[in-house]
Design a binder for this molecule. Structure first.
Ligand SMILES: [Zn+2]
Ligand SMILES: [Zn+2]
Length: 421
């Protein structure tokens, strides 16, 4: 049973409810470009996961088969008092490992490169929760390997991981302020807001997944203070709405420093030292400006309103596509979803460019609509068995492409829109 797949409709529902409340109150918690970028990173993470998620499973399976200290049986984890105690132990153990994984993800450069994506949003709402990395599979599994060494069954750990991830969704909101004593025991919206802050006082604090107790034990807890409002985001802003670049930006910084460092020791150390560390010679020749929070402004490129609406509509279609791909993956596996994933990735890429109002954006969007025709044709041929289904599919594809192309052609540029007022 895939708990995360079951949770997705509830995530979407909660997000829509938060969006409507925000819209009615006019509190400005959502900006469409930032939210679309966050959700695009989430879709990218999930779809890239179809091609990478087997890698940690191979490593964990190997450890479990060859080195497990206790031969724990899945049947032990039932609903009896001892079974429930085992479930709680597994969940706590996973949360403990998560704390350390998450802490190292902030404190070690190469791990930060993977995790930074989750923190680049300069808003804080439920869409931020889904803003996940696509490269976490590289090192994340290492931190949970001790649990497999102890001998917890794979299916149990997969379940507690899903529970941990699902729990973390609801804390990404500004609509819940303080929760009293809970803010000191559990990870809550208040103490997780602190974690997403770029204020000096809040940096590298509150790493917990479900329990904030770990931070209190290991000295990384910081309470949200009324006199210090949280400024969300990262110290080196992404300044971009491209979900691919969001995943690569910090690796690119590190690669730049590694290339420019003169000593070989530094070229290696750059990746594994404390986040922010730079060799003295590189720092001297290529200084990076420190962030001045008093002048902080959110990255918010302006686009014609019709173009924004077009992107929103296309993004909704992208979400529907991602849900269909998820179903196809369950039915037919990794190979069947490669072409649709590539089509979806191209879509996320061009929508990001449109939201940034790049000059090449519309040309690339035309190209995407053109490419969609043979790609969707191939998809219809390979996934539908009966002719009536294929015919219906063709009508939908034709209507989609023609309607999108017509709408795109009719969108005025921002200058034209301003002139019309
Ligand atoms: Zn974090
Ligand atoms: Zn978070």
């Amino acid at each position: 049973m895939d708990l995360i797949a079951i949770a997705v409709p509830f995530f979407i529902l909660a997000l829509v409810v938060e969006l409507i409340i925000d819209w009615r109150k006019g509190s400005g918690l959502y900006r469409s470009n930032d939210a679309i970028n966050s959700l695009s990173a989430g879709i990218l993470s999930t779809t890239i996961g179809y091609f990478t998620r087997f890698l940690p499973l191979i490593a964990w399976g190997f450890v479990l088969r060859n080195f497990a200290i206790i031969d724990m049986q899945p049947e032990w984890f039932d609903l009896s008092p001892s079974g429930l105690l085992l479930w709680v132990t597994a969940a706590l153990a996973w949360d403990f490992c998560y704390y350390w994984f998450h802490r190292f993800s902030h404190e070690i450069s190469v791990l930060w490169a993977a995790h930074a994506v989750h923190h680049q949003s300069e808003d804080y709402n439920l869409s931020t929760a889904l803003r996940q990395t696509s490269t976490g599979f590289l090192f994340g599994w290492i931190f949970y390997t001790p649990l497999f060494l102890i001998g917890f069954p794979l299916e149990v750990l997969i379940t507690v991981n899903a529970i941990n991830l699902i729990y973390q969704f609801w804390v990404h909101t500004q609509m819940v302020r303080r929760l009293g004593v809970l803010d000191r025991i559990l990870v809550t919206p208040s103490n997780h807001r602190v974690h997403h802050a770029q204020n000096e006082r809040y940096i590298d604090k509150n790493y917990g997944g479900m329990l904030i107790l770990w931070d209190r034990i290991f000295g990384t807890f910081e309470d949200e203070a009324a006199e210090e409002p949280v400024v969300f985001g990262v110290r080196k802003p992404l300044a971009n709405l491209n979900p691919f670049w969001a995943n690569l930006q910090v690796y690119d910084y590190l690669l730049f420093d590694a290339r420019k460092a003169s000593r070989w020791r530094d070229k290696v150390a750059i990746w594994f030292r404390r986040t922010g560390w730079r060799p003295a010679d590189v720092e001297e020749r290529y200084p990076r400006r420190a962030t001045d929070l008093s002048r902080f402004q959110k990255f918010d490129p302006q686009t014609a309103s019709q173009q924004r609406h077009y992107v929103m509509a296309q993004f909704m279609i992208g979400i529907a596509g991602a849900l269909m791909i998820a179903e196809l993956y369950v039915q037919k596996g990794m190979q069947a979803v490669l072409i649709p994933c590539m089509l979806l990735w191209l879509q996320l890429f061009t929508l990001g460019l449109l939201n940034e109002n790049r000059s090449s954006a519309r040309r690339l969007e035309w190209l995407r609509l053109l490419v969609a025709v043979p790609a969707l044709y191939w998809l219809l041929q390979s996934t539908t068995d009966g002719l009536p289904l294929q015919a219906a599919g063709w009508i939908i594809v034709a209507v989609y492409v023609i309607a999108s192309a017509t709408w795109l052609a009719l969108i005025p540029s921002m200058d034209e829109e301003l002139l019309s007022y």
